[in-house]
Write a new protein. Sequence first.
Length: 276
Amino acid sequence: MRKAAFVFSLVLVFTVISFAQDFRTPRPSPDATVSQYVGVTKITIDYSSPAVKDRKIWGELVPFGEVWRTGANEATTITFTDAVSINGNELAGGTYAIHCIPNANEWEIIFSKDVPVDGSSTLDPKKEALRIKVRSEEHHFMERMTFLLTDATDNSVNVVLAWEKLKVAFKVDVKTQDLTFQKARDAFKWNQLMAAATYSLDQNTNIEEGYKWIQASSLINENYWNTRILAQYYAKMNKKSEAVSTMEKAIELGNKMPNAPFDFDRMKQMLADWKK
């Protein structure tokens, strides 16, 4: 009986703890997130959205000429999965805190690598990644501060901050074509393909597929290492002329390396034997 009561008490304690962890009351400035893919690049903004509540926002609640944390509660952040351009200024991929210095007609928007947990408006100049200037514009009334991602294409999107009767915006450009090709190349590393092809050759198995792997490796990044393996595949397939010309290319590539490859002499000897 005592054991059953103890087990029941234990279950009750864990239930209460679990409920406490999940329980939350409404926040005056609720959390919000907006995200958008621009080509292969994902842009995400995490922020809190304060309300007007019959207050004068610009120049009073949010003073002009002072650093503002762009919202409430925790730091407002913007995350780019790849490098982007902000109004023509390059910015590396990563997560940045967004700070603003509002003025009557022109704002400064600051992207900081320092992301304070408490949303502090304190700025460390050494961690400032980018600062741009934008014009403020009239906007229809918005009770809650809201970030919008508008006019999205495969290569760009506009980031709009709107609150009360005002908005500011900046454009994010992405090199989608270059990124797409690079991500495709990265998905199949030349050295990994070469390693698989080398294994097939050494084991004298799966030669047909190994040949495709070493061809793909060379297409991604032609160099001494994969070219010498490709030459050996040609030799394996009794394509002597292709083997000789490809190994000659490998030797040429090896000669251009700062230091001679560890197997350079062996490849030279292999080429000499093929030419006999």
